[in-house]
Design a protein around this ligand. Structure first.
Ligand code: GLN
Length: 488
């Protein structure tokens, strides 16, 4: 895809589009106000086709673009993302803007705070064009578990297929956008890389703690990570550099200094470990073949390829992940009682009656399922058998990854076992079949490891993603190998 910037007459390839655009804005060759006007017009018509927004924030973007333009004119520093259209997953709070995490129970909720990742992006010159569609509270992998009257995003490559999830709207818009844009998304068990793979864009889930979670509507606190989605590795690296860093509002955010990720590391011969179990039965053969071909290209580019095995992760990752995620989710959701936030009902009966009436009416089916299962797993009598056991397994999984990283630098697998499914296929899936589709992504999420999905091929006309996982805080390595892959 090529884009012509009106005022400059420059034509750029997709690759350096964002960087060049930012330079043009910063130098005053392109007006941020004009550029955002065009972006908004385009987003409006694309949204009609693909349904990626829960709440567009065009007025906010226009105002921010006006401020950027003013700064440029007055020779003030407009920031490293100056004039870039940014979308934000609905689960991240923006002060004064309806923020529902895709759930009807939060309908009408306008937070008083803005998520730190969003504040940092705005301070760097990003212009927020809207909140993007997602599975309710992140509960799903196809963005179909949406709250009542919330949009289901349609895959821009084939609108009869899912965008993936839960950050489906983020990846959908990123794939469809014909203007400079990055998305802020969030992952608990794969929600950044899954939709990135299904929509043919790049998604980075950072190390747990690399980006502050302050202002995120929690799914599962020990698993949630905020990260960027973009059209290429460089865009994602740039966005992460802006979002990352310690935040005194989030005690789990890391104090490690933030690197300039866009100047990705140079590394010698990278040792890539291909996870044997990820190429097993149960995944689409076309996906496996294409990912193998992409890994072979990395070998041609100088990487040393070996095979590694992660039996514990692949046997117990799914049950461990779902027990922990649902246990944490069920406690997080207890605050939605129709009193402090969002939807409410006429007061009737005692607290229990009221609480039940609100929750029965406004939570979706999957949220209810997770409240029941998560509460059960934490109950006295069952806790040791389920929740505590899952935490122990999580430690074993972390150790297994650490062991793997004693012999390789990066791990490679397909991102998802198949291409984006059709909505008609998803309808026939049982909850368990749904959960099993996360087999390739729950491992790095449980271990808090950074992972990057890059589009590597097309199968049956749909994008296929290659998933690369690195040791904690080695996002630099992922960007390096991601760029190698793009250039191979
Ligand atoms: N599909 C997984 C789940 O439903 C992961 C979703 C996510 O990362 N939010 O929990």
């Amino acid at each position: 895809m090529r884009l012509t910037l009106k005022n400059s007459g420059t034509t750029m390839s997709n690759k350096a589009m964002l960087r060049n655009y930012i330079n043009e804005i910063r130098q005053g060759n392109v007006s941020a106000e004009e550029a955002l006007k065009k972006a908004i017009t385009s987003a409006q018509s694309l949204n009609k086709k693909f349904h990626f927004f829960t709440t567009p924030t065009y007025d906010l973007a226009a105002k921010q673009a006006h401020d950027i333009q003013h700064m440029v004119q007055n020779h003030r520093e407009p920031g490293t993302l100056a004039g870039v259209a940014v979308s934000v997953k609905d689960a991240l709070c923006i002060s004064g803007i309806e923020s529902c995490a895709g759930s009807a129970i939060l309908k009408g909720y306008k937070p008083l705070i803005t998520a730190t990742a969003v504040t940092k992006t705005i301070n760097a010159g990003g212009c927020i064009i809207g909140k993007t569609a997602q599975d309710e509270f992140g509960f799903g992998g196809f963005s179909v578990n949406v709250g009542h009257e919330f949009p289901v995003p349609l895959n821009p490559h084939d609108t009869t297929r899912s965008c993936g999830g839960s950050s489906g709207g983020a990846a959908c818009l990123t794939a469809a956008a014909d203007f400079p844009h990055v998305a802020i998304a969030e992952s608990t068990g794969g929600s950044i890389v899954n939709p990135a793979a299904f929509c043919g864009v790049v998604g980075l889930c950072p190390t747990y703690g690399r980006v502050s979670r302050f202002g995120l509507i929690d799914y599962a606190n020990s698993l949630d990570k905020i990260g960027p989605v973009g059209k290429n590795v460089e865009d994602v690296a740039l966005a992460l550099s802006v979002m990352a860093g310690h935040d005194q509002n989030d005690a789990t955010s890391s104090t490690l200094p933030v690197e300039d990720y866009a100047k990705h590391a140079t590394a010698n011969k990278i040792r890539v470990g291909v996870i044997k179990e990820s190429f097993g039965e149960g995944s689409d053969e076309a996906v496996r073949e294409n990912v193998r071909a992409a890994i072979n290209k990395l070998a041609d580019a100088g990487c040393k390829i070996t095979e590694v095995t992660l039996p514990t992760t692949y046997t117990y990752g799914i049950p461990s992940y779902y027990l922990i995620a649902m246990s944490e989710a069920s406690t997080n959701l207890s605050r939605y009682a129709g009193i402090l936030y969002g939807a409410s009902e006429p007061l009737a009966g005692g607290f229990r009656d009221y609480f039940s009436a609100v929750r029965t009416k406004h939570f979706g089916t999957e949220a209810k399922r997770r409240i029941l299962l998560g509460t059960f797993a934490r109950m006295t009598g069952w806790r040791d058998q389920y929740y505590t056991k899952a935490l122990q397994v999580r430690q074993l999984i972390i150790k297994e990854y650490q062991h793997a990283f004693s012999t390789v630098d990066v791990l490679a697998t397909p991102t998802m076992p198949f291409i984006a499914p059709k909505f008609s296929e998803i309808k026939d899936m049982t909850p368990l079949q749904n959960y099993m589709t996360d087999i390739l992504t729950v491992g790095p999420n449980l271990a808090g490891l950074p992972h990057l999905s890059v589009p590597c091929a097309q199968a049956k006309g749909m994008p296929v993603g290659l998933l690369l996982t690195a040791p904690h805080f080695r996002e630099d390595l992922l960007f390096h190998i991601g760029v190698m892959h793009e250039q191979a």
